[in-house]
Design a protein around this ligand. Structure first.
Ligand code: NAP
Length: 478
């Protein structure tokens, strides 16, 4: 397959595309293919973007919410018409398979459609007033200029699930996409502009997180910051934003456990674990990275999971039949390989995988994992699953909850009572019974607990609008 010319990525400031190439992004599956040329913004670009967003706010706020939604709907249709091209761009910049990339672009289209509809529904409530001839009601107002800071692993879905509720609520936006994946956000912006989004309502500044992200987070013009990424970065953003009373939403890492009980079919349980752990090359915040299996099924499960791992051979995501793409870059590969070494040194047994050719890493399965081991506690963000053996459901729940993280968790069993007890007691934001820990519906609230999230607001579903609005209470005497 021949490579196309690199995409020229630019900042979007006040409706103008600006900035000269300062760096490039290469296809992780084909190191000689330059996917994009990217500018590297600085504080002056952030300043200009914030000014444009501030100037655009009064007009956008006055635009009726259904009319704002209509622009999102048009953008959805434009993106749908270019879905395959956008999926190829996403595949080339991030490395996931074309099937996964197409699903992700479709997700972005569906999110735009969903929040277009919310434009008809964003509502306050009417309340009984204590005084006669008085109307008492609430309205949901936009916050002003919001900053959206996004990670590399879902290059179009995460920007869209922040942007759509922010825009339909009447906010203007400055977005800082992850440096590794600049093209998908540009494709999203092109669709929105062509759909009629006024200049300055959406601004994008590319560049290093420590420069562009930091400037955004610390600017008093930013009323709210929605961030998805690592705990380390998130904590810094929380401290800076909260210190000046900006509203802050953080969604961060996970160490997601899948419990497998004795009654489970080991083949089915292994397919659920592999989908969660090796799908998206394990580079999902909701990826299965621990399996906690009761002893009656443990050995049969591990055999089945090893067979699964061997079937998930990595390859070029654009090639037909590839099930798992490469690791996103060398730095993430080094992290994955270092955890595989740590697991061996800590005394866990590597059953299969862990070898790599360039960025193509074979999925790894460890057994004999103990709860105190680093591979049982720290987020790896790669295709590595550690299996822990336990005696009972009680012990499985204690171990599943023995984590600083709490994003998603799953259980494989046909015992409804055990499944519902797990659903009740799991300290996570999302519980999956007989389904992979990854993959969520766009109409359902999504977010974590403990160190996985700031825990204050959920993303996705109609509740996503709550972060981007505040309630005003109005008394009207007649
Ligand atoms: P990251 O390194 O924390 O980066 C996330 C974003 O923050 C990037 O745009 C990054 O810019 C920017 N950034 C870096 N330093 C910053 C600073 N000082 N101030 C402001 N912004 C800054 O995370 P990542 O490696 O891209 O993503 C992987 C992590 O995201 C994993 O922990 C994963 O679990 C988590 N994640 C969570 C969810 C969820 O919904 N819970 C979903 C997906 C991913 P640069 O790209 O320029 O560094």
């Amino acid at each position: 397959m021949s490579a196309s010319a690199p995409v020229r990525v630019q900042h979007l400031i006040g409706g103008e595309w600006t900035g000269s190439p300062a760096g490039e992004r290469r296809n992780p599956a084909r190191g000689d293919e330059i996917v994009a040329e990217i500018p590297s913004g600085g504080p002056s670009d952030v300043d200009a973007a914030l000014q444009a967003a501030q100037e655009a706010f009064p007009g956008w706020r006055r635009t009726p919410a259904p009319a704002r939604g209509a622009i999102l709907m048009r953008a959805a249709e434009l993106l749908a018409a270019r879905r395959d091209e956008a999926a190829r761009d996403l595949c080339a910049e991030e490395g996931k398979t074309l099937t996964e990339a197409t699903g992700e672009v479709q997700r972005a289209i569906d999110i735009l459609r969903f929040f277009a509809g919310e434009g008809w529904r964003i509502a306050g409530e009417s309340l009984p007033a204590s005084l006669p001839s008085t109307h008492l009601y609430t309205v949901k107002e936009p916050l002003g200029v919001v900053a959206l800071i996004t990670p590399w692993n879902f290059p179009i879905a995460i920007p869209t699930w922040k942007l759509a509720p922010a825009l339909v609520s009447g906010n203007t936006v400055v977005m800082k996409p992850a440096t590794l994946v600049p093209v998908s956000v540009q494709n999203l912006a092109l669709a929105l502009l062509e759909a009629g989004l006024p200049p300055g309502v959406l601004n994008i500044v590319h560049g290093r997180g420590s420069v562009v992200g930091d400037a955004l987070v610390n600017d008093p013009r930013v009323a709210a910051i929605s961030f998805t990424g690592s705990v380390q970065t998130g904590l810094g953003i929380h401290a800076a934003g909260s210190a000046r009373l900006a509203r802050v939403q953080l969604e961060m890492g996970g160490k997601n456990a899948l419990v497998v009980l004795d009654d489970a079919d080991p083949e089915f349980a292994a397919s659920v674990a592999a989908q969660g752990g090796f799908g998206l090359t394990g580079q999902a915040c909701t990826a299965t990275s621990r399996v906690i299996a009761t002893r009656g099924v443990h050995d049969r499960f591990v055999e089945a999971l090893a067979r699964e791992a061997e079937a998930w051979r990595p390859g070029d995501g654009q090639a037909a039949g590839t099930r798992m793409g490469p690791v996103v870059d060398r730095s993430q590969l080094e992290t994955d390989l270092s955890y595989i070494d740590v697991g061996k040194q800590e005394g866990a047994e590597l059953v299969t995988g862990g070898d790599c050719d360039d960025l193509f890493l074979c999925p790894a399965v460890f057994t004999g994992v103990k709860p105190a081991m680093r591979i049982a506690r720290e987020e790896i963000f790669g295709p590595v699953i550690g299996v822990l053996a336990v005696d009972s459901l009680d012990e499985a729940i204690v171990l599943a909850n023995d984590s600083e993280f709490g994003l998603s968790g799953g259980i494989v069993t046909n015992d409804m009572r055990a499944a519902m007890r797990y659903a009740d007691e799991a300290e996570v934001g999302v519980v999956k019974i007989n389904r992979a820990t990854t993959g969520v519906d766009l109409n359902a609230p999504f977010g974590g607990v403990k160190s996985s999230s700031s825990g204050t607001y959920r993303e996705q579903g109609n509740v996503a609008v709550d972060f981007y609005t505040r309630l005003k209470t109005v008394y009207l005497g007649t």
